[in-house]
Design a protein around this ligand. Structure first.
Ligand SMILES: N[C@@H](CCC(=O)N[C@@H](CS)C(=O)NCC(=O)O)C(=O)O
Length: 204
């Protein structure tokens, strides 16, 4: 298996899941900053020009964070990445969808790619401001959901890998996290798999 990632992008969550599983895998850096995701060598693999992109052992390509996380969890049951019981499973999916579809796509994307939301440069500051509001409201909602919990829905699961990437973005910006997320982020940093990923992606 090979993961195409960009350092510190949302692909870091999938990278963590692969490290948690512990089976051999390859990684290939696609620097979003350098526009490598638009180069033919990568669009031939994923025409969506997005990371995470997973190429499986049979050569087939899987995209979209929730789909990749679900696939890895289901195909590696010993790693216990998929929560037990329908309630915890539904809650994990609820958190992942909120992170991907709302906090990331609606909030963070407005902050980092305002041109996708407003063609005129004159509107970009407003778009970025709205993105930050959505991002912060999302963090606050998730902080409440994490109250009294070590991990998102019980033991470590795919939901925690998604949570980590938005926590990482916040701390990368050196802005504080709300208390429950700060505790979760610290627990994530203490996991050996997370430490290995941060080192491999050039953050340690
Ligand atoms: N919905 C996708 C989002 C993936 C995504 O937007 N990834 C970002 C990096 S965090 C990316 O590749 N952006 C490049 C671009 O949009 O040009 C998923 O869940 O995997």
């Amino acid at each position: 298996m090979k993961l195409f990632y960009s350092p510190g992008a949302c692909s870091i969550g999938i990278h963590i899941l692969l490290e948690e599983i512990g089976a051999p895998f390859e990684i290939e850096k696609i620097s979003l900053r350098d526009g490598a995701h638009f180069q033919p060598a990568f669009t031939a693999v994923n025409p969506k020009s997005k990371v995470p992109t997973l190429v499986r052992d049979d050569g087939s390509v899987l995209t979209e964070f929730p789909a990749i996380a679900y696939y890895l969890a289901q195909t590696n049951p010993a790693a216990k990445l998929w929560p037990e019981g329908v309630e915890a499973q539904a809650r994990a999916l609820e958190i992942i969808d909120y992170i991907v579809a709302t906090i990331h796509m609606q909030g963070f994307s407005r902050m980092f790619a305002p041109a996708k939301f407003a063609p005129s440069d004159a509107d970009h500051d407003k778009v970025k401001k709205r993105g930050l509001e959505i991002f912060e409201a999302g963090l606050s909602t998730l902080d409440q959901a994490l109250a009294g919990k070590e991990y998102a829905v019980g033991p470590f699961s795919i939901a925690d890998a998604a949570l980590f990437y938005i926590e990482f973005w916040r701390m990368g910006g050196k802005l504080p996290l709300p208390a429950n997320l700060a505790g979760h982020y610290a627990r994530m940093l203490a996991r050996p798999a997370v430490a290995r990923v941060l080192q491999k992606e050039g953050f340690a």
